[in-house]
Design a protein around this ligand. Sequence first.
Ligand code: ZN
Ligand code: ZN
Length: 258
Amino acid sequence: MLKAELHAHINADPHHLKNINYSAFQLIDEAVKQNFNILAITCHDCVYEDKSAEEYAKKKGILLIKGIERTIEGKHVLIYNIFNREAQKIHTFEELKQFKQNHSKILVIAPHPFHWTPVCLKNKVIRYVELFDAWEYSWYYTYGINPNQKTVRLAQQFHKPIVGCSDVHRIENLGKTYTLIDAEPTINSVFAAIKENRVKVVTKPLSWIKFAVIVAYILKAIVGEMTSTHSISESDSPFLSSQKNLKIEDIFSLCEFR
Ligand SMILES: [Zn+2]
Ligand SMILES: [Zn+2]
């Protein structure tokens, strides 16, 4: 079985230029330490296409898969094995549907479909059920508070495979939740195994303390945004990215699942 993290952000992520402090190479090193075989870098709205990182990973025995966490109609969608110039043309679910029909080698995963933030797919994951090859079991949950339960229940109903991911925004979160895949270490074999449900999620709930710290972090950002007399910018809040005129949903997006 191959050990895989399919959802990770790095410091080249345009949404997180200021608040992610590790590079693709550092993430690869950490993945090697933890005996991962497969790693997908999925920056927000940008495909990281660095050949040297791919080569570096290969030398270290890791298959690096290029992907993107694309915002489509305001919702996050993970797309793999796609070029940046192709991904930039996809803005709607209908466009993604058409692209997928013409590009059978891509893989599409629904990240954190039933979590709380406005960027989560919720009913869209059912409405476009054919579009998604698998749904994600997100690392962000704790004892008694677990939106992944709904994901599992509905995924079974709709016969969708489930993969586990840590939506890595901090390097120490790599390995919290991951997927074991019964495949050869090639993109084709890995994608086929996911589509055929030859996968196993390895996960455990976050401690209450860790969960509460993240909630507090998000609430602090929201309160800051509501009480601010002007638009939030990076000078107001060091963890926010350099985006200007942030709205509540942007803050959710920036803070999500750390
Ligand atoms: Zn997301
Ligand atoms: Zn993410």
